[in-house]
Ligand binder design. Sequence first.
Ligand code: 7TS
Length: 413
Amino acid sequence: MGAQSSDLLDVERIREDFPILEREFGGEQLVYLDNAATSQTPEPVVETIADYYRTTNANVHRGLHQLSQEASIAYEEAHDRVAEFIGAEGREEVVFTKNTTESMNTVAYAWGLAELGPGDEVVMTEMEHHAALVTWQQIAKKTGAEVKYIRVDDEGYLDMDHARELVTDDTEMVSVVHVSNTLGTVNPVGDLADLAHDHDALCFVDGAQSVPHMPVDVQDIDADFFAFSGHKMCGPTGVGVLYGKEHLLEEMQPYLYGGMMISKVTFEDSTWHELPWKFEAGTPPICQGIALAEACDYLEDIGMDRVRRHGEELAAYAHDRLEELGDVDVYGPPGDDRAALVSFNLGDVHAHDTSEILNEFAVAVRAGDHCTQPLHDKLGVAASARASFYIYNTREEVDKLVDALEATRELFA
Ligand code: 7TS
């Protein structure tokens, strides 16, 4: 790799933690720009996983034997670490799930089915990921509630006047994405939580694209629920997080039933374990949770402020270089006001073709609707290509993307 791309991060040093980045395809070194889908995993996290299986592997909460005790302590402490990382009060407020999607469904089923009914409204945004959009849509169908969508304006920002119109005393839930995985817009989730609370509604924030990229304090935002995934923040797949205010999680009934989540069971009835275990039925993602805590350490050692600025710088640079290409449609806010990703279309070339040709140059981007089909309908395109950045990406890699796009354009000329 060439010179480091940022004064903020020692990118060359960071890249040493990610040997996968040395892979070559057809003689070209991998340029991994699909981080919004899944980030790569640094050596300390890989080591934590290997070490866990080498030395500590056992089920939690069950055994009194030494291994089970060690695994249980490490797993419980992982909740404390994640709680600290997002500014939660403590482990009671941090449920480990499979991913953001499951966190969303947990609230939709556990809270939504019980609390929503005809006349109630769930307010979302036009830029929601399907994880939220489809889930609330279906829960609304089951309960007779109605869903409404806050408009996205032509620049890719939320129309906050429209938000103030839509959120009324009929609103029970305002479910908003913190950072759009398609537009790169950073939404004013604190203001939206305040708006929800002004109308005695709750606020669910989808932080799948924010927690990996910026300092997040759930109490600062005053979110009632907050969700994210381990695999987008240097952690493994198979673990996600549901944060919920303790009193809300306390009042909610579980969504999944079974072992581990109970206190007392008779043939007639059962009572629930204390938080957060009440929401973690069955054998939980033990190793993954412990590795996620390591990922929090890894990111915090770099510094989340610097992680954010590095991503923003690369996105701004990519945005400007793509605009310079001329016949590229770039979606979302201006270059200097977006999170670490850029979605675009190159002339009339279908995004799938673009990404296939980029793949020939070992440049990995995502093409499709990025699980935001209604937003793509609104943009008037079936699909887009998306370059998304992380701590190990460089300006030189953005240049390679742009060079490969120029070659793509020539192929389709
Ligand atoms: N919410 C947002 C904003 C997301 O970007 C994603 C994943 C999810 C929820 C769901 O996360 P999961 O871990 O449950 O799958 N987004 C993407 C993406 O943009 N490309 O692949 C997955």
